[in-house]
Design a protein around this ligand. Structure first.
Ligand SMILES: [Zn+2]
Length: 62
């Protein structure tokens, strides 16, 4: 269970969290990885972030 540190909304559903995924275009990260942030759907605060694992073969599991 995750609680938003800003508005203390309980983020229990996937819909409560907005994932912003962005391509690694800065050269800061390997091109095969994708950086994402998890944002509170209620107030927009960034809850967490990380790097999604490299996707072999272009993924396909959504
Ligand atoms: Zn929030």
């Amino acid at each position: 269970m995750v609680h938003c540190p800003e508005c203390e909304t309980t983020l229990a559903e996937a819909d409560d969290i907005e994932f912003s995924e962005m391509d690694a275009t800065t050269g800061f990260l390997a091109a095969s990885k994708r950086f994402y942030t998890a944002n509170c759907a209620a107030c927009g605060a960034t809850i967490g972030s990380g790097v999604a694992g490299a996707k072999a073969g272009g993924g396909g599991a959504v």
